[in-house]
Design a binder for this molecule. Structure first.
Ligand code: NAP
Length: 307
């Protein structure tokens, strides 16, 4: 089967770290061009904007957007209006209403929209969900704590309005929790620490409910030392621990499962399947939970932050 020609938009950290290697190994896609104001990929046609890309390259039927969430709506709309299939990095847009409007526009245009959640593709998330499906869940603890200076050096957009702050990584935990826990999550309360010179939180604590269980989540962008991306679930059959962002699973009987990292190859396989089946996949629960947390949050102004 012919590979689908794809345009990659926003050549920054995640495009280089994950999308380019996944595309280089893909049986489904051929990287045909890029669109980025500054970033270029050696040997690949580069355009400055997505509008230039779609108008110059009618042969490119799919685009994958790796820009920050604020501004992605206009880019995705331009691609949909030009009849192209669209894959979105997480979070799918800056707001829930933008993401819903994209889903409607894609439906009306008859193109695929794929709002990706890469952490759901971590090796042991499905095994954790399968183990939990018949269990009584008593309590859940989410700890998503990383060093912004190590993982997002110089990315001022992340702490600007529309950048999600600590929920940029934190939404990954919520994408896993919404996939893994049998009952829907709702937000009970939240506190957010916002640096005096920034718009978005650098740390947050959120309490959710899932069925009868309380879900206690802590997100921190100032974690030095051990970097922590884990979820613990207390059940009637003991505690499940999902660590390393979903890559490592410990069950109460001592079983340990850890597969290799295939997150982005799996996302591109899923995108190809959606395109070929004429389907979309737009699950907005993680971004809805973040939006709800912002609605109820108690905000504290904390010390200014510089990279
Ligand atoms: P990044 O390194 O800042 O790259 C984003 C690129 O988008 C920039 O290099 C820039 O390229 C372009 N861009 C377009 N408009 C921009 C604007 N207003 N401000 C800044 N850059 C703009 O960011 P990233 O870490 O790759 O993150 C991009 C998306 O991927 C985010 O939604 C993030 O949540 C997601 N993601 C990131 C990671 C990670 O570890 N970093 C992991 C998974 C997912 P030009 O200047 O050439 O236009």
């Amino acid at each position: 089967m012919d590979r689908i020609k794809l345009g990659l938009v926003g050549i920054g950290k995640i495009a280089r770290d994950q999308h380019l290697p996944a595309l280089a190994a893909s049986q489904d896609f051929e990287l045909a061009a890029t669109a980025s104001r500054h970033g270029r990929v050696d040997g690949i046609d580069g355009y400055g904007t997505i509008a230039e890309l779609v108008s110059a390259r009618p042969d490119i039927s799919a685009v994958s957007l790796c820009t920050p969430p604020d501004g992605r709506f206009e880019q995705a709309m331009a691609a949909i209006a030009a009849g192209r299939h669209v894959m979105l990095e997480k979070p799918p847009a800056a707001t829930v209403s933008e993401a819903e409007a994209l889903a409607q526009a894609a439906r009306e245009a008859g193109v695929t929209l794929f709002a990706t959640w890469h952490s759901r593709e971590a090796a042991e998330v499905d095994a954790a969900r399968d183990w939990l499906v018949d269990r009584r869940i008593d309590a859940v603890r989410i700890r998503w704590m990383e060093n912004i200076r190590q993982w997002h050096p110089g990315q001022d957009w992340i702490l600007a309005a529309g950048g999600f702050g600590v929920f940029d990584p934190g939404i990954n935990a919520l994408s896993i929790a919404t996939r893994m826990l049998p009952q829907p999550l709702t937000v009970l309360s939240a506190t957010m620490d916002v640096p005096s010179n920034r718009a978005c939180p650098i740390a947050a604590a959120v309490t959710f409910r899932s069925g009868a269980a309380q879900v206690d989540a802590k997100f921190d962008f100032l974690q030095t030392g051990e970097q922590t991306w884990h979820i613990e679930v207390d059940t009637d059959a003991g505690m499940l621990r999902l660590t390393q962002g979903g890559g490592w699973l410990e069950l109460p009987d001592g079983t340990v499962l850890s597969g290799s990292d295939q997150e982005y190859p799996r996302l591109y396989r899923d995108f190809a399947r959606l395109v070929r089946n004429g389907e979309s996949d737009v699950d907005l629960r993680p971004i809805q939970l973040v939006a709800d947390a912002f609605l109820v949050a108690d905000r504290r102004v904390v010390e200014a932050f510089e990279f």
